[in-house]
Design a protein around this ligand. Structure first.
Ligand code: BES
Ligand code: MN
Ligand code: ZN
Length: 493
């Protein structure tokens, strides 16, 4: 369950309390006894602990000495991780509520701490009969001079360094991240393309965004040969969901379009994935989920920005009618593609969505896709790979949002030479390169279907983690939602 963050004007003695301090000198007077002070100082100085915990009768006191990182980004990330840790301790005490106390006017640090604590509370227990291990934390209250002296919605509530760090906005985004993780963690037995689109309709109702679902017939009429081609081996029909937030007061006339890869399960198709490489492939719709939940959060926050999410969805299976290597598909924009490996399916469904995006005359298109294993090998699970065409400035802004939210982007080049690697003898393009530079050749393939400022994010690494990693949890991480939201917030100015 998502703990709600709110402000409190009281700093009760009889609560679970976290004190955030920049150094031990800043420990507030009148809160600690002399023996508590010496305990805290010993734990910090001798045992090098930055989180010091002890209990007072029924409740717990935690002191977090903020790590003195040189960069704001690193410092806020350390706060998020500390928040997650303390959240874990509170849950092990079956605590439902905590007050985070800021004595030094460090609103960004306190909010980041609360954010990490809330995000780390995520669990996916839908299929567990034993609900015993359910986290108890429900309420995170903040007492911070700077934040409390202003009304909600007031500029003062928004630390200058991170405009998206407003506690109301954090609650909205955290909820979106939880919903994104839920969708990713749902197995393919539940989350078919049709169910995915139904979930999108529910989200649309919830947030006031318009949702349209195109069914197989419509996709045939639109000649979406990539999406239909990948779908041929499946017993389930494909869907293509459009989610649109177009407020009257939008700062942009032409929309920013998010495109998300929605492969609800990737078996590889006829080029069946071997062994364990298929294990986590329910996560192959993480891009679509992130695109949708970013729009959801933007709509819930009523941000004055016109945004659209496009989500082509199907599973990739080796049914009797499945496409086979050598098949040639005609995509939505008429380009022909020789499919030499049915496991390079993401680019086939994205190609249709990217060429469909042209009808919006978009200001910018950002796609998110768990596209290549090569991206995971190059960068690992802590960041995504990014490429851009005609969008160098926007790419820098997005990269900055990546640092702000710690959903980081590493840029790869889009040099022309790489396009030579996906030329086909028989068709306009082939869907795989020679093996080298697999992430870039995938990006070059996608570029062929665009004519607008374009950013491609390959999130194959960070979208899903097997092992718990602080507030990112286990399983689907929701990577992309916080980054995109921050990017859109900053565009309002
Ligand atoms: N969904 C996979 C990529 C992936 C791999 C995501 C690992 C997450 C973790 C994608 O559809 C795929 O199978 N890509 C192939 C492309 C290859 C056949 C050119 C790959 O990376 O092996
Ligand atoms: Mn694949
Ligand atoms: Zn895939």
């Amino acid at each position: 369950m998502l703990p709600k963050i709110s402000l409190t004007s009281r700093s009760q003695e009889l609560e679970n309390l976290v004190l955030l301090v920049s150094s031990l000198k800043a420990l507030p007077d009148g809160v600690f006894t002399a023996s508590e002070r010496s305990y805290i100082s010993k734990q910090h100085k001798e045992l090098k602990k930055d989180i010091i915990a002890y209990n007072r009768l029924e409740h717990w006191i935690y002191v977090y000495v903020i790590r003195d990182e040189k960069s704001v980004h690193k410092r806020l990330e350390a706060c998020r991780k500390a928040g997650d840790k303390v959240g874990g301790m509170l849950n092990s005490q079956n605590a439902e509520k905590v007050v985070i106390f800021d004595n030094e006017d460090l609103p960004a640090e306190v909010l980041a701490f609360a954010e990490g604590m809330a995000l780390g509370n995520y669990q996916f227990l839908k299929y567990k009969s034993d609900q015993e291990k359910k986290n108890t934390l429900r309420k995170i209250e903040i007492y911070s001079e700077g934040l409390n002296s202003s009304e909600p919605g007031d500029e003062k509530n928004i630390p200058a360094v991170v405009p998206s760090l407003h506690y109301d906005l954090i609650n909205i985004v955290n909820d979106a991240v939880f919903k994104c993780r839920d969708l990713i963690n749902e197995p393919a037995s539940y989350l078919t393309a049709t169910v995915f689109s139904k979930e999108m309709e529910k989200l649309g109702k919830d947030c006031g965004a318009r949702v349209d679902v195109m069914n197989k017939k419509k996709l045939e009429a639109l000649r979406m040969g990539g999406l239909l081609g990948v779908n041929k081996g499946s017993h389930e029909p494909p869907t293509f969901t459009v989610m649109e937030w177009k407020p009257a007061d939008a700062v942009n006339k032409k929309p920013i379009v998010f495109v998300g890869k929605g492969i609800v399960f990737d078996s590889g198709g006829m080029n069946l994935k071997p062994g364990e490489s298929m294990q986590n492939m329910k996560d192959d719709m993480s891009g679509a989920a992130a695109a949708a939940l970013a729009v959801y959060a933007i709509a819930r926050a009523k941000l004055p920005v016109y945004v659209v999410a496009l989500m082509p969805a199907t599973d990739n299976r080796p049914g009797a009618k499945a496409i086979v290597p050598g098949d040639i598909l005609t995509m939505h924009n008429g380009t022909t593609v020789e499919v030499l490996n049915t496991d390079a399916e993401g680019r086939l469904i994205l190609a249709d969505a990217l060429s469909y995006a042209r009808r919006y005359k978009p200001e910018l298109v950002i796609d998110l896709a768990t596209l290549t294993g090569a991206a995971v090998r190059a960068i690992g699970k802590i960041a995504c790979a990014g490429m851009q065409v005609k969008a160098s400035e926007e790419f820098l802004e997005l990269t900055e949002s990546g640092f702000t939210t710690n959903e980081r982007i590493v840029e790869l080049p889009m040099w022309d030479e790489y396009a030579d690697l996906i030329k086909s003898e028989l068709a306009d393009l082939k869907n795989i390169g020679p093996g080298d530079a697999g992430t870039i050749t995938a990006g070059k393939f996608l570029e062929k279907f665009t004519d607008y400022p374009y950013i491609h994010l390959d999130i194959a690494g960070p979208a899903f983690i097997d092992k718990a990693d602080s507030y990112r949890g286990t399983g689907g991480t929701g990577f992309g939602v916080r980054m995109l939201f921050d990017f859109i917030v900053k565009r309002i100015k």
